[in-house]
Write a protein that binds this ligand. Structure first.
Ligand SMILES: NC(=O)c1ccc[n+]([C@@H]2O[C@H](COP(=O)([O-])OP(=O)(O)OC[C@H]3O[C@@H](n4cnc5c(N)ncnc54)[C@H](O)[C@@H]3O)[C@@H](O)[C@H]2O)c1
Length: 377
């Protein structure tokens, strides 16, 4: 089989390194970063010969695919450049920083027909995958409500070590709204297969910190889906509290899942049954149901587990490489990427307009100009 040659742009792509290295017939041949010292250090460490400071120069090399892990504002322009150069793309979150960028991204993938995959890694954790299969098997009955929260105080990341203002000060916390909804919304949407977000309203308590940035002290977006389900998506990167980037809840007609709140806590579920009657229901360990884990997680090798997150960091790149090999867009395709990103972008508009209700466009192939309208009422 012909080797798939991969180039990486941006530091975070190194997180994919272990996974990519454990796939036979994949070779990481090139690396790009504006920071030359960092570029050489990382490339030396991983034995990568071809090094570039300019992204477009890396695209002139013989790579088949690129992992884009630069700051958020670079994702869309770099994806367009990569696809124009005939490369497949695995893009870090989020997909773009404006609605116009999202339309352009969809059109680019449709035009060049290269593989685009959204690197939403949180849905690849064993817990999220386990709950997904339990939903599919009907253990929760009909799910109708979910919560996803990303609680990550970013103090310390608003400037670079040299004191200059970092991209996070502008593209993340320089804005209002759920600027980073994907790690909370992505896993939750995984539990409502075939559904999508159609409308949002975003609320915030205002600013209760001294960072001097526009981001509120926590933002909550209520989402309604096409099937009428309710989702509560919260991002808080400003409040003083321990991190918890994976806080979830799923409620169905027959049961409930609640993620661990802190490192000593357990992932819990509770299902209605003879021994667990309504009115006196008790929690039990989610791992009592580990037989529902997808087969590849159950059979993960030492090498796959070593990639991180119980094998999740391997399976995400495995899905990308399989998509390239079979020339089939992956489940985390450009439309999914844009829908989840759009919820964040539109939440800015909503919170700035007193929680105005906004319709989320339905991302799918060949939308007309009329269908791309943003409707506030
Ligand atoms: N999926 C996750 O769990 C997760 C976690 C952290 C960050 N991220 C995402 O990863 C991305 C990077 O975040 P980070 O924390 O590593 O940022 P960072 O600022 O620490 O690193 C960005 C790197 O990209 C390089 N860079 C910037 N512009 C470039 C350009 N035009 N060409 C080449 N190199 C360039 C910088 O020199 C730097 O080394 C962001 O989009 C962020 O949202 C995702």
């Amino acid at each position: 089989m012909k080797k798939i040659k991969v180039g990486i742009v941006g530091t975070r792509g190194l997180q994919m390194m272990l996974g990519l290295k454990s796939i036979p017939d994949v070779e990481i041949t090139a690396m790009c970063d504006l920071d030359e010292e960092h570029l050489n250090k990382s490339a030396d460490e991983h034995g990568i010969e071809k090094r570039y400071r300019v992204f477009e120069d890396m695209l002139d090399s013989d790579i088949d695919a690129v992992v884009i892990s630069t700051p958020m504002q670079c994702h869309m322009p770099q994806t367009v450049a990569a696809m124009e150069a005939g490369k497949h793309v695995l893009s870090e979150v989020t997909a773009g920083v404006s609605m116009d960028e999202l339309w352009w991204l969809c059109e680019t993938v449709e035009k060049y027909n290269k593989i685009y995959m959204y690197a939403e890694n949180y849905i690849y954790t064993p817990e999220v995958q386990l709950v997904k299969n339990m939903v599919r098997e009907g253990l929760f009955g009909e799910p109708y409500y979910a919560e996803g929260m990303y609680l990550h105080n970013l103090d310390g990341l608003f400037t670079y070590p040299n004191g200059k203002t970092s991209w996070r000060s502008y593209w993340q916390c320089g804005k209002r709204g759920n600027f980073y909804p994907t790690h909370s919304l992505g896993p939750v949407m995984n539990w409502f297969p075939g559904d999508h977000v159609t409308e949002i309203s975003t609320f915030s308590p205002g600013v209760y910190n001294d960072f001097g940035l526009k981001q509120d002290s926590g933002t909550t977006t209520m989402c309604r889906t096409a099937n009428g389900k309710l989702l509560n998506i919260r991002t808080d990167c400003m409040s003083p509290r321990p991190h918890n980037m994976m806080t979830y809840l799923l409620q169905g007609t027959k049961g409930v899942y609640r993620s661990a709140d802190h490192k000593d806590d357990k992932e819990l579920v509770s299902f209605v049954g003879e021994n667990n009657p309504i009115g006196n229901m008790q929690w039990e360990d989610l791992m009592n149901y580990k037989e529902y884990l997808p087969e590849r997680y159950k059979n993960a090798t030492e090498e796959q587990l070593h990639a991180g997150h119980g094998g999740g960091d391997f399976f995400i790149v495995e899905d990308f490489i399989n998509a390239i090999r079979t020339n089939t867009q992956p489940e985390l395709d450009v439309y999914t990427a844009c829908e989840w990103t759009a919820v964040g972008l539109l939440s800015t508009l909503s919170v700035m307009n007193n929680a105005k209700h906004i319709e989320v466009p339905c991302f799918r192939p060949k939308l007309t100009t009329e269908e791309k309208k943003i409707i506030l009422d």
